[in-house]
Design a protein around this ligand. Structure first.
Ligand SMILES: Nc1ncnc2c1ncn2[C@@H]1O[C@H](COP(=O)(O)OP(=O)(O)OP(=O)(O)O)[C@@H](O)[C@H]1O
Ligand SMILES: [Mg+2]
Length: 1012
């Protein structure tokens, strides 16, 4: 057993923001300074830059001599990488301005810096000789960031549209228009960073764009309202809302808050920020500012008055706490400064004040406090949370908090805590949201289902995907009234969604992340054992990482028994995990997936062959891919002809990429021959047929391959559906059998003999037909797998059915029925639905002949349904014709006419000609026409049919055509009734078709009786 290698990630594709900052004109400046002093000046500069990069959790990728390159979003992804880079840039510019003023004073230097920012995909990893160099990011994104820096005016930061798209709203940007940039194929839209924007959360941003209609969430709203009722009753309550990003925690809170405010309830809001974990107490401060109604730029005195006013009104005892509060809110009172406290004591004091505020005795009106995004809470605020929760008991306070699943709550059970695990939107809610976002144009049919499936009902993803589709032009029109202009199939993951998902993936440990990536290559679901093998790990090593993946909500357990199957919770996560891998790693994983599938599924290899071939192909192993594709094609065989044809085409294409050799030649020929096999079943363009045949013959001759030559002859001149005389056909079949015998290849001899025998039947040579079929049975020697699936699924089943046909023609109906039964059993056992279809038709027709026409029609109809599923035109046309024949027995002439016309149309549309059964079909159609009283038309058609049969030697169909002709002529009062019947009787007698002979004699008697 070959175990795949351990898969290791040595680099990744990532969405990041790159920042370049440097000193403008550093050469000139350096020249004015003593080198040692200059070095010190630069040290100061670098440490300003590095500090700000660190504050916003970026990475200094390198020092460039007179500046730095920094990356935000790698190695660890942040969903707000663009925002972090911009905030860092703003602070850098401020700090540098201060620093420059100092340098001007001290050294008379005109020092200024400039910054360039760009966002996009990079490849990040250790780069250097042997792959063990420093971690760095490379790609076009990096170059463009540097160009932005070069373009920027001194003291400014410029950014590209890519960054602007992600940071817009959170930052104030000034549009500078488009610039031609060296190295960029089209003009780049450039923005200047002007300051901090108004939006604080993503939800603020969607508010700016106009909220979508709020859908669903009735139960959740009820939980929140119950909390509010408890607060009103003075009991106090805490409600927590937990969900993955974008599911709608903030939106639910917003809707609740605006309803509560509408009802006159006071609400205070605070929010932890992704980049705020380094800034202590930000949300607590925010909450207190909201509570005391403090605006942005109020004079300190006024602020103190507001605080004191409100606090003392609540409880005069607050007087003692005021200095601490003033200090904390940044407005210390010079008259009575706060006592000097240790950090710890200060924190305790602060907690005391906050709890005091909550529990203040005079408070009666209910109050709601909302704290969002606890997962980003700084340590100080987190420590305060538990006590705050405890404090609300017995007060008219409702606290609502929300957080993502990864947040580990360590508060010890607030007294009255309810948690809402917010689920994604249900399909009906998704549909309603989409009606609001996109409208109801008929071209959007199916959009809701498709989007629900991709987004798994996450409203943020839904909104972003619709926006993305509109921006890329797939959707035309305006918000709420779009039309579908493009296709939905190959849209990527919107960058806004990608950053969120990539950040979640990056929070995983390295092993968990690797398993996630490996699973993304497999598909939506993966068996645990397979995943472990693909990654080249052992089961034990994977236990903890898998637990982590389930805990963090990436996977869920789709099946637990008999073996664990893990499934991706979000299709989009899978896409992002797949896209984040370098091509080399991904392709190695594909190959490992293919090997593992082979190894772990010994009994299901045929069924999985097509999938295995795909993975080998994506893994760059073309020979394996071609082998498995051929195997899949064989397996699809005649039971799934459409798939088989497609797989043979694929095999041919794959073989064309392989170096010359014996196996390549074999694959190249087989793939062409087997495509030709489908020409008579599905129809094929004649130039394509000729090209395939020519190419196959060229290879077969070059390699002296008799086997293939025989197959080729069969496919080009001995197959059904060719417009030729049966003599020519029979001669070709004899040649084919000769070649097959000469090749000594037993399965081939059986397969071709079985298929070729059909020519004798059509020629009306029942003896030769039976002889060939007996030979097939004899060569098979009891092993029905021999030669199976090469042309016909089960040659022996076919032989049994053929013998049944011959017996029936000879008038031995019971013997025929016995053979048909055997044939049907064998065809079913051997998995040959084609032969089963033909046999079922004949069983039914025989029933009709015996007088049970109603049952025959029912069975033919069922057979048509089953045959329809095969997609095989030849069999479909036969089934419909036999249905028509049964209907004639049942005197359902109108219906018979419809069936036979459909049979004719189906055949001609795909094949372009009438094939060897055209006379037979025409005879049935003539009978049906006769049945509906269109005797003249029937006579005309039957005459044509008998001419064709005579000219092409189709002696099996000929008596039926002549019988129809005789009957039609009699009904239409046209001469030549006896001639037609005489000729029919003569052919039937000569071919030994007693059944036809009897029918003709019966008709003759009937007509004579009618004339009397
Ligand atoms: N029930 C809803 N009906 C309509 N739109 C909704 C609904 N819930 C959420 N949305 C929309 O989906 C987007 C994402 O929602 P929201 O910002 O509330 O997610 P979140 O769970 O707070 O995510 P995060 O964890 O990133 O903060 C928003 O634009 C919001 O308007
Ligand atoms: Mg939110």
């Amino acid at each position: 057993m070959s175990t795949p290698d351990r898969i290791e990630a040595d680099g990744e594709r990532k969405q990041v923001t790159v920042l370049f900052a440097d000193v403008k004109g550093s050469m000139d400046l350096a020249e004015q300074q003593d080198p040692e002093e200059w070095r010190q000046i630069m040290q100061g500069f670098f440490s300003i830059l590095a500090d700000e990069v660190r504050r916003f959790e970026g990475t200094v990728d390198k020092f460039t001599g007179d500046g730095i390159m920094a990356v935000f979003g790698a190695p660890v992804a942040h969903e707000d990488h663009a925002r972090r880079a911009c905030l860092a840039a703003l602070r850098m510019l401020d700090d540098i301005a201060e620093y420059a003023a100092e340098l001007r004073r001290k050294h008379g230097l005109n020092f200024s810096a400039r910054i360039g920012i760009n966002s996009g995909e990079v490849v990040a990893g250790a780069i250097g000789p042997g792959g063990d160099g420093e971690y760095t990011a490379i790609g076009h994104t990096v170059g463009l960031a540097q160009r932005m820096e070069a373009l920027a005016e001194p003291g400014k930061a410029y950014l590209t549209e890519a960054t602007a798209e992600l940071a817009h709203g959170f930052l104030e940007l000034e549009d500078l228009g488009e610039f031609e940039i060296k190295g960029a194929s089209r003009p780049v839209h450039v923005f200047e960073l002007a300051g901090v924007g108004a939006a604080r959360s993503r939800l603020d941003l969607s508010g700016e764009r106009g909220f979508s209609r709020f859908v669903g969430r009735d139960e959740e709203m009820a939980v929140l309202n119950a909390g509010l009722e408890r607060a009103r009753a003075g009991e106090g309550a805490v409600v927590g809302i937990v969900a993955e990003p974008g599911v709608g925690k903030s939106r639910l809170c917003r809707e609740f808050v605006s309803r509560a405010r509408g009802a006159g309830v006071e609400v205070f809001e605070a929010q932890a920020q992704a980049h705020g974990q380094e800034i202590p107490y930000m949300p607590v401060l925010q909450m207190l500012r909201a509570y005391f109604g403090i605006g942005d730029a109020e004079p300190e005195r006024q602020v103190r008055e507001k605080i004191a006013g409100r606090a003392l009104l609540l409880d005069p005892e607050f007087a003692d706490d005021l200095p601490v509060l003033f200090d904390f809110l940044g407005v210390p009172d010079p008259a009575s400064p706060a006592p000097q406290l240790s950090a710890e004591a200060r924190e305790r004091a602060l907690k005391g004040v906050v709890c005091h505020l909550v529990r203040a005795p005079k408070r009666e009106e209910p109050v709601i406090c909302v704290i969002e995004d606890l997962h980003w809470l700084d340590e100080g605020s987190a420590a305060m949370l538990g006590e705050l929760f405890a404090a609300v008991e017995g007060t008219p306070t409702l606290i609502v908090v929300n957080f993502r699943p990864e947040y580990e709550r360590d508060w010890s059970g607030p007294p009255d805590y309810h948690e809402i695990a917010l689920e994604p939107l249900a399909p009906a809610d998704t549909a309603e949201l989409l009606r609001d976002l996109a409208g109801e144009d008929p071209s959007l049919d199916g959009l809701a289902e498709a989007i629900h499936e991709r987004t798994a009902g996450n409203p943020f993803f839904i909104e972003e995907i619709v926006r993305d589709l509109a921006e890329s032009g797939e959707l035309e029109g305006e918000r709420g009234a779009y039309r579908l202009a493009g296709s939905l199939s190959d849209t990527g993951v919107p960058s806004s969604v990608q950053t969120v998902l990539a950040a979640r993936i990056d929070r995983l440990g390295p092993e968990a992340k690797l398993l996630l990536q490996a699973a993304s290559v497999v598909g939506k679901e993966v068996r645990e054992r397979a995943l472990v093998t693909i990654a080249g790990r052992d089961a034990e090593e994977c236990e903890e990482p898998l637990r982590e993946l389930i805990r963090a909500g990436f996977f869920y357990e789709a099946e637990a028994y008999p073996e664990r199957v893990l499934a991706f919770r979000h299709p989009l996560t899978r896409e992002v995990a797949y896209g984040s891998q370098l091509a080399a790693q991904r392709s190695a994983t594909h190959a490992a997936v293919a090997r593992t599938m082979v190894e772990l599924n010994p009994e299901r290899q045929d069924e999985l062959a097509a999938l295995i071939a795909n993975h080998f192909e994506s893994g760059g192993e073309t020979l394996e891919a071609a082998r498995w594709s051929a195997r899949a094609a064989y397996w699809a065989g005649s039971s799934h002809p459409v798939d088989a044809l497609r797989l043979w085409r694929r095999t041919m294409e794959l073989a064309a990429e392989l170096p010359d050799g014996k196996e390549t030649a074999a694959l190249a020929i087989a793939s062409r021959l087997l495509q030709l096999q489908f020409a008579w079943r599905l129809g094929m363009d004649s130039t394509e047929e000729a090209r395939l045949a020519g190419e196959a013959e060229e290879i077969a001759r070059r390699t002296g391959d008799l086997h293939s030559l025989a197959m080729l002859r069969m496919a080009t001149s001995a197959r059904p559906g060719i417009e030729q005389h049966t003599d020519t056909w029979v001669a070709a079949v004899e040649e084919v059998n000769g070649l097959a015998d000469e090749s000594g290849d037993l399965p081939l001899r059986i397969a071709l003999r079985a298929a070729g025998s059909y020519a004798y039947l059509c020629a009306g040579d029942l003896d030769a037909f039976e002889r060939e079929l007996d030979e097939v049975i004899e060569l098979s020697a009891g092993d029905r797998a021999r030669g199976a699936g090469i042309v016909i699924g089960s040659p022996v089943a076919w032989a049994m059915m053929g013998k049944g046909l011959a017996q029936r023609e000879r008038g031995r109906r019971e013997e025929a029925e016995r053979l048909f039964d055997t044939a049907l059993t064998m065809a079913t056992e051997d998995g040959d639905p084609e032969t089963a279809s033909w046999t079922r038709s004949n069983v039914a027709l025989t029933m009709a002949m015996r007088g049970d026409a109603a049952a025959a029609v029912a069975m033919e109809r069922r057979n048509c349904e089953l045959t329809e599923r095969l997609g095989d035109v030849f069999s479909r046309s036969v089934a419909l014709a036999d249905l028509a024949a049964a209907r004639i027995y049942a005197d359902e002439h109108e219906a018979a006419l419809r069936s036979i016309e459909e049979s004719e149309r189906v055949y001609r549309e795909a094949m372009g000609n009438g094939g060897e059964m055209e006379a037979w079909r025409a005879a049935i159609r003539a009978e049906a026409l006769l049945g509906v009283g269109r005797a003249a038309e029937a006579a005309e058609l039957a005459r044509w049919a008998s001419d064709v049969a005579r000219e092409r030697g189709l002696r099996w169909s000929q008596p039926a055509a002549l019988l129809a002709l005789g009957r039609a002529r009699a009904a239409a009062g046209i001469d030549g009734v006896a001639e037609a019947l005489d000729e029919g009787a003569a052919v039937a007698a000569a071919t030994g078709a007693r059944l036809s002979l009897e029918s003709i004699e019966e008709a003759r008697d009937e007509l004579a009786a009618g004339a009397r």
